[in-house]
Design a protein around this ligand. Structure first.
Ligand SMILES: O=C(O)[C@H](O)[C@@H](O)[C@H](O)[C@H](O)COP(=O)(O)O
Length: 269
């Protein structure tokens, strides 16, 4: 696995770390290995772990890479809480749901505890999108502990795909969800179909111990550049995606093509 990392300058406290891989396939496999290690460490330290999943090509490819590696058996899947950063507001089983993609890629192939797989409900639940968002917020609040200091649990790892417009989850530039202080909101009029979604907001994203933004392809390079520069999160939502303890941008070379010079040169061209 070829990995180029930005110079040590980038590793300053608070600044996102950047790790660049040869291509999207190596990226997915490398993120899979990183997730497995992080979950094993968390379970060793505190007996359980929590992982927030994302939709999108890299997000789902990463889950498939986890399923494909024997190292997946190092994770105690029964002691893992699984959440979503966003969901398309579609009926359970719809192939366009992020949940369906995650189940097909990984969750149906490992021994998860169904009671610890926290899905964002669709219209088949009888709830409106707003009610589904409120229901998910209540589930998050019930899972939060005193040490989390808020209504959202301190997720060990939150995976976030990123769009070419620098959206993360279903937080699209300039839309009302970016001004919302609640942890979960309904999104209407999403520029990325389908139009109605449920999404964590930036305050909920920032409750995570670690936020890992994963992106591949030249079409993401501009958004990566903006997200790593001094951009405002309303116009560049990925610029607001920061973990309490650590933030990583896990990229392929194409998506890293416009890394700002002030962030250091890639270790090798
Ligand atoms: O519901 C969704 O669509 C995702 O959660 C979304 O945030 C996705 O991760 C990005 O749009 C990147 O998607 P790609 O990796 O397919 O470009």
């Amino acid at each position: 696995m070829t990995r180029e990392t930005v110079t040590a300058k980038q590793a300053s406290v608070g600044a996102p770390g950047i790790v660049v891989h040869r291509n999207a396939d190596v990226l997915a496999k490398a993120v899979a290995a990183r997730i497995i290690t992080r979950l094993v460490d968390a379970q060793s330290a505190k007996g359980s772990a929590s992982l927030v999943l994302t939709g999108g090509t890299v997000g789902i490819a990463t889950l498939a890479a986890i399923a494909a590696t024997p190292a997946r058996d190092a994770v105690d899947w029964r002691r893992l809480d699984i959440w979503w950063g966003d969901e398309r507001f579609l009926p359970a089983g719809d192939k366009e749901r992020n949940e369906t993609g995650a189940r097909d890629a990984l969750l149906d192939h490992v021994d998860v505890d169904p009671g610890r797989v926290h899905v964002m409900r669709g219209p088949d639940s009888g709830m409106t999108a707003e009610e589904s968002a409120e229901s998910y917020a209540a589930e998050l609040r019930a899972a939060a502990r005193p040490e989390d200091h808020g209504p959202v649990p301190g997720f060990d790892v939150m995976l976030l795909g990123m769009g070419p417009d620098a959206h993360v989850a279903s937080l699209f530039p300039g839309m009302p969800a970016l001004y919302d202080t609640r942890p979960v909101v309904a999104v209407h009029g999403s520029p990325k179909p389908p139009p109605t979604r449920i999404s964590l907001t930036l305050p909920a994203i920032r409750a995570a111990r670690e936020v890992w933004v994963v992106a591949a392809g030249a079409e993401k390079a501009g958004a990566v550049h903006l997200a790593l520069s001094a951009s405002g999160p309303v116009q560049v939502p990925a610029a607001g995606a920061r973990g309490r303890q650590r933030t990583l941008f896990l990229l392929d070379r194409a998506a890293a093509g416009k890394i700002p010079p002030e962030l250091g040169r890639l270790a090798s061209p």
